[in-house]
Ligand binder design. Sequence first.
Ligand SMILES: [Zn+2]
Length: 234
Amino acid sequence: MAALPEKIAPGIFRVDALPFTYAISVLLVAERDGWTLIDTGVPGSVGRITGALTALGAEPGDLRRIYLTHHHADHIGGLAGLIAWAPAVEVIAPEREAPIVAGEQPPDRRENPLLRFLDERQQMPVNPVARTVREGDIIAGFRVIATPGHTLGHTSLLHEGHGLLMTADAFGALLAKVQVGGAKVLCTDPPQAKRSAEKLVGYDFATAVLSHGQPPRDRARERLREVTARCTWA
Ligand SMILES: [Zn+2]
């Protein structure tokens, strides 16, 4: 079943990468030369994302760029399938995440023993990364903001013109309510994730999109500020 894209700003659409609302959100952004996809979900997300593109009138050749916010499997999992669908697509990743996405370096080492066990047994797909970015670079009109902690090279995206923040996993509600980094066990470096959250809520935005979970409907910045203030990871 194709995912119906949800318009959240002019030319910017949120797509549910799983058949559960807000479980995994990816973004499609219209650009002059075609579409840019932000994150790819899991391998099973490919049909939903290509279905959303088709519903927006796009053909494979119109998917020009894929930006990966970080290397976790629920963000890069659809990459291989999307490259198969749109072979000319350019894959872009943060400087520090790219070697992990490309399978040249192991994933971040997490503190939690169970997650570490799973991480170490995870088959990292080998994907080409054509271009790397750093803080301040622009992707599809969004400014790249380094928000390390969830992973060491994690990035969020801020669209200043639309007052729109894509937190990726700098905030998330994977387990229950919105937390810094999704949850402490999901972060490589929880205190660093808290510092990144503090940095992020210092920017000006009215609307937020989380990779996981329903974002605060109104006063997004104030609500995420409250979440950050409650976080006790020193
Ligand atoms: Zn993640």
